[in-house]
Design a protein around this ligand. Structure first.
Ligand SMILES: [Zn+2]
Length: 67
């Protein structure tokens, strides 16, 4: 993930924990190793919906849940 400020590719994860309201999501805090700015990110398990469709044998598309 690129730094939103300076575009540096080198970013690190400072913190990683489940979302307080939806623990299928992970809230992370990243920071840039060059300019030092930090920002929060949210990770959502996208492929789970595809796996659910295969398990259920359904071809309909499930809408991705947007935060
Ligand atoms: Zn930066």
């Amino acid at each position: 993930m690129l730094c939103p400020v300076c575009g540096n590719e080198k970013t690190k994860v400072d913190d990683s924990r489940p979302d307080e309201k939806d623990n299928t999501r992970i809230n992370r805090r990243r920071s840039c190793v060059r300019c030092g700015i930090g920002w929060p990110t949210r990770e959502v398990p996208e492929n789970i919906y595809f796996e659910m469709m295969k398990i259920r044998g359904k071809t309909e598309k499930l809408n991705r849940i947007e935060g």
